[in-house]
Design a protein around this ligand. Structure first.
Ligand code: PLP
Length: 406
C-alpha cells in the first residue's frame, strides 16, 4: 500500500485533460462547514449557482446539477428523453463517444454509430454531411436523437456544434440534438441556446476547475417536453422534480453542498475573467502547445486545423515507442501526470492538458517536463518545442485578465 501521506517536494503537475488542478480559492471555498441543505442559507447558494451556471452554458433554460460524475449526466440525458428501443444516431469521434454508445446499448436503445472508418474518425471532427445524409435517408423519422461529443477528450478534437444543428435542420429531421461538452465547457466556446442544442451534458472537473463529483444537463423546451412522455425508467435522474425544486434553490435530495460552494467560487472566477478572455486564454495555450509538438517533429493526433482542441493536445509517439512508458518516465522523473492514449490509441499517444487554471508559465513548465521526458526516453527530437512555445507566447503576450475592479 503506497504511503498516501508522502508528498514529493513542490506541486504535482496534474496535466491530464481533467480532472484539472483545483485553484486554492476553490479548495478553500469547498472547506467551509457544510450547512443544512433545507435551510435559508442553502437557498441563497442554490439560486446563485443555478443562475450562474446558465451563463456558462449560455442558456436561459433549466440546467440540472447532479451529485454525480459526467457519466451520470450522460445517462440522465438519455433516460429522460428516450423510450426503450429508440434509434439514436451517435457520432464516433473517439473513446468517449464509444463509451456513450455502449451506455445507450445497455439502456435498451438502438444506437447507430456513424463516422469515418478506422482511426481516421478519431483524428477529425464530426463530419456534418454524413449526419445530414443519414437523417435524410430516415424518412420515417425512426431516429430520435443525434448524439455528439463537442470536445473529444481522448483525441483533442473539437467539433462544430452549430454545423451539426444546421445538418439536422437541412435534413428537416425532428431528432433531438444531445451534446457532451464534459471537457469543453468553460474552456472552449459553447452556446446551448444559440446552437439549438436540446440536451447539453457537462461535468465539474475540467474547465470549471472543480474536483470531480457534480455534473450537468442543460435542457431545451423540446427535450423537456420529450421527458414528459419518455418511458425509460428513471427516478434519481428525473428532471421534473429537480427542476421544480430548483426554482427556490433546493434539491429533492441531499446535494453536494461543499462542491456547490466550490462551484459558486468557480463561477465568480470565470465570470470575473470574462468568458471570452477564458476562451482566448485556452486558444493561445493550445496554439503554443501545438507549436512545441511541431518543433519536436512529432505528430498531433488531430489533423484538421479548424478542430484543434483548446483544452488538450494529443501527441503521437514515433512508431515503436510506447507512449505509456514515456508517460511513466515523466511521472517518475518530474512528478507530472499526462493523459494516456485511450481505446484504439492506447500506447500510441499521450495527452497534454492545458485547461482550467492554466497560464503561460504552467504550460511552459509542462512542456519542459515533456521535452526532458521525451529525450530521456531516447526519442530524437527535431528541435526545441520549448523555444517554439515561448516564441508563440512571447509574440502574443498581453496583460493577463484581472478582476474588473482590480
Ligand atoms: N465524456 C467526455 C468527453 C469525458 O472527457 C469524460 C471524462 O473524462 C466523460 C464523458 C465521462 O465523465 P466522468 O468520468 O466524469 O464520468
Amino acid at each position: 500500500m503506497p504511503n498516501l501521506n508522502f508528498h514529493p517536494a513542490g506541486r504535482h503537475f496534474l496535466q491530464i485533460p481533467g480532472p484539472s488542478p483545483v485553484p486554492d480559492q476553490i479548495l478553500r471555498a469547498i472547506s467551509y462547514p457544510t450547512i443544512d441543505h433545507r435551510g435559508p442559507e442553502f437557498g441563497v447558494l442554490g439560486r446563485k449557482v443555478l443562475a450562474g451556471i446558465g451563463k456558462i452554458f449560455k442558456t436561459t433554460q433549466p440546467v440540472v446539477i447532479y451529485p454525480a460524475s459526467g457519466t451520470g449526466a450522460w445517462e440522465a440525458a438519455l433516460i429522460n428523453t428516450m423510450n426503450k428501443g429508440d434509434a439514436v444516431l451517435m457520432y464516433e469521434t473517439g473513446h468517449f463517444a464509444s463509451l456513450w454508445k455502449k451506455m445507450a446499448e445497455r439502456l435498451g436503445l438502438e444506437p447507430e454509430f456513424l463516422g469515418l472508418p478506422g482511426i481516421e474518425g478519431w483524428r477529425r471532427g464530426v463530419q456534418n454531411d454524413l449526419i445530414e445524409q443519414r437523417l435524410k435517408a430516415d424518412t420515417a423519422h425512426r431516429i430520435k436523437a443525434v448524439c455528439v461529443v463537442h470536445n473529444e477528450t481522448s483525441t483533442g478534437v473539437t467539433s462544430d456544434i452549430a454545423a451539426v444543428r444546421q445538418a439536422i435542420d437541412a435534413a428537416g429531421h425532428p431528432a433531438l440534438l444531445m451534446v457532451d461538452t464534459i471537457s469543453g465547457l468553460a474552456s472552449a466556446d459553447y452556446r446551448h441556446d444559440e446552437w439549438g442544442v436540446d440536451v447539453t451534458i457537462s461535468g465539474s472537473q475540467k474547465g470549471l476547475m472543480l474536483p470531480p463529483g457534480i455534473s450537468f444537463n442543460a435542457i431545451s423546451p423540446k427535450a423537456m417536453e420529450a421527458s414528459q412522455t419518455a418511458t425509460l425508467g428513471k427516478s434519481f435522474w428525473a428532471w421534473d422534480e429537480i427542476v421544480a425544486m430548483n426554482s427556490n434553490g433546493y434539491w429533492p435530495y441531499t446535494p453536494s453542498t461543499n462542491l456547490l460552494y466550490g462551484l459558486s467560487k468557480a463561477l465568480d472566477m470565470i465570470l470575473d475573467e470574462g468568458l471570452d478572455n477564458v476562451f482566448a486564454r485556452h486558444q493561445r495555450l493550445g496554439e503554443a502547445c501545438r507549436a512545441a509538438v511541431r518543433a519536436w517533429g512529432l505528430e498531433i493526433q488531430c489533423v484538421e486545423e479548424a478542430c484543434h482542441s483548446p483544452v488538450l493536445t494529443g501527441v503521437m509517439t514515433p512508431d515503436g515507442v510506447d507512449a505509456d512508458a514515456v508517460r511513466k518516465l515523466i511521472y517518475e522523473s518530474f512528478n507530472m501526470s499526462l493523459g494516456a492514449g485511450l481505446g484504439k490509441l492506447k500506447g500510441r499517444m499521450f495527452r497534454i492538458g492545458h485547461l482550467g487554471d492554466c497560464n503561460d508559465l504552467t504550460l511552459m513548465a509542462t512542456l519542459s517536463g515533456c521535452e526532458m521526458g521525451l529525450r530521456l526516453a531516447g526519442i530524437t527530437l527535431q528541435g526545441s518545442g520549448l523555444v517554439a512555445a515561448m516564441e508563440h507566447l512571447q509574440s502574443t503576450a498581453r496583460p493577463v485578465a484581472r478582476h474588473p475592479e482590480g
